[in-house]
Design a protein around this ligand. Structure first.
Ligand SMILES: Cc1cc2nc3c(=O)[nH]c(=O)nc-3n(C[C@H](O)[C@H](O)[C@H](O)COP(=O)(O)O)c2cc1C
Ligand code: SF4
Length: 446
């Protein structure tokens, strides 16, 4: 299990409020002593409209990357003229280096299930599908135990809480590529179809699982909901900073002094996360960049560390909130080589449905590969910029839209390093080993 990093005392715990407060293997009573299911009881007495209004006032936005307002999504599904609706809890955590959702599901499975139940109640859905990355065995076991316990207690199931509300919750382990985390692919996978992203509209809130209105929310988004019901919208808003509400789970890795998972106020500048949570750089390391958002994220230099944890601000800076990963990179790394590795991943994981992503990410990878191998072509810098824009603007889903980030952010902030690779064929960090062809005079043995 990942290490939970200590955070300053004045920072509020929302999604990690229940983590460590009970042993998930001890049963429902232990979880309830830590506050589990009290929000459910409360919300059932005040009704779904009150719940949606509360989440709206709280300013909760999706934690799955894009930051879409949760109440607006719920309202869109609720407004559909259909008697069948679904809620999907997205616990796929597609970024292979991320452990944030896994940690949350393992430490506080009841918060995820209770949050998903609340979302279902809010939108009038009678089915919740908790989709979990297949390798997350402990999370699957604990989530299933939480569902079984809540059913036995009559909190969910047929005629939940004796209020005439039926709610069936299933936990589905699913295996797939990076794009499985994308909401329309996830819906296909839950239907046991081959998964490729759909063109939108229609959005899943109008036409999702089996053609019915479906809300897809990240598990962290859902785990915030019971806390908001218990503590109020204002407390949630106050937990964030710089005009943003609530908290975000992030994962520090690489050459920070401390690596692990931490819950930080939304809107906290990256510099503060690195210094106050990560303890600064590890001994012997000097900061060169942080890769924010996982393999589709962007490399930000020291001068951009005042960027707050805010999807819009990070995007403007060339990164994404994505999986919440913050990979700290020191002076020994080559940004071009790291960009090449990320692009390789994005290219390999492209589902192939649309040409800008399928072919474009491959060409982007090849451009980076030529640069690190010491055989760039004179037009490669211009080609890289133009192709990145085409891939971003022409792709069907977020995979292709974000795929150029590791290279474009590198070119933007580490222009000298790119220039050295592109024009001089050298690697200032001494990481890349350009292929050199040397002529050796033949000697003849007598
Ligand atoms: C390539 C790709 C991968 C994604 N992976 C995840 C993921 O692992 N987990 C997740 O919650 N959302 C992921 N998303 C975003 C989802 O499509 C969707 O926006 C999100 O689950 C909605 O939940 P939210 O509103 O609570 O953020 C991914 C999107 C793309 C384009
Ligand atoms: S952008 Fe990439 S991952 Fe998304 S649909 Fe197109 S090919 Fe598939």
């Amino acid at each position: 299990m990942a290490t939970i990093l200590a955070t300053p005392g004045e920072w509020t715990h929302v999604t990690l409020a229940g983590a460590g407060q009970y042993d998930p293997d001890e049963g429902l009573a232990a979880a309830e002593r830590a506050g589990a299911w009290s929000a459910w009881r409360q919300a059932m007495t005040t009704g779904p409209e009150t719940l949606v209004a509360l989440i709206d006032r709280a300013g909760l936005r999706g934690r799955g990357g894009a930051g879409y307002p949760t109440a607006a999504k719920w309202r869109a599904a609720r407004a559909q003229d259909d008697t069948v609706r679904h809620v999907v809890a997205n616990g796929i955590e597609a970024d292979p280096g991320a452990l944030v959702d896994r940690t949350l599901m393992e430490l506080d499975p009841h918060a995820v299930i209770e949050g998903a139940a609340l979302a279902a109640y809010a939108v009038g859905a009678h089915a919740v599908h908790v989709a979990v990355k297949a390798g997350y065995q402990l999370a699957v076991e604990r989530l299933r135990a939480a569902v079984a316990a809540a059913e036995d207690a009559g909190y969910i199931g047929v005629n939940a809480m004796d209020r005439g509300f039926d709610l069936h919750v299933e936990v589905r382990p699913l295996q797939g590529a990076f794009v499985l985390g994308e909401e329309t692919v996830l819906i296909h996978a839950l239907q046991s179809d081959r998964g490729m992203p759909d063109q939108r509209p229609p959005y899943p809130t109008a036409r999702g699982l089996d053609g019915h209105p479906t809300v897809v929310n990240n598990v962290e988004t859902l785990a915030s909901v019971p806390w908001i019901v218990r503590n109020g919208a204002e407390a949630f808003t106050a937990a964030g900073r710089n005009g943003l509400a609530g908290t975000k789970l992030v994962q520090l890795s690489g050459t920070a002094r401390h690596a692990g998972i931490a819950e930080v106020p939304m809107g906290t500048p990256l510099r503060e996360v690195l210094e106050r949570v990560g303890g600064g750089m590890a001994a012997g390391s000097t900061l060169k960049a942080v890769l924010v958002g996982g393999p589709a994220g962007g490399f930000l230099p020291e001068s951009a560390l005042d960027t707050p944890l805010d999807p819009a601000a990070l995007e403007a800076a060339g990164a994404i909130l994505g999986s919440g990963q913050i990979l700290v990179v020191d002076q020994r790394a080559c940004i071009v080589e790291l960009g090449r590795l990320m692009e390789r991943f994005m290219s390999d994981e492209s589902c192939g449905k649309c040409i800008p992503c399928r072919i474009g990410t491959r060409r982007l990878y090849e451009l980076a590969e030529r640069a690190t191998a010491g055989r760039p072509r004179p037009t490669d810098p211009q080609l890289l910029q133009a192709l990145s824009a085409d891939v971003r603007d022409g792709s069907l889903c977020g995979h292709g839209i974000c795929a150029p980030n590791p290279l474009t952010s590198g070119m933007r902030y580490f222009a000298d390093e790119y220039d050295a690779h592109f024009t001089a064929g050298t690697c200032p960090a001494g990481v890349c080993q350009p292929l050199r062809v040397t002529t050796v005079a033949a000697t003849t043995a007598h």
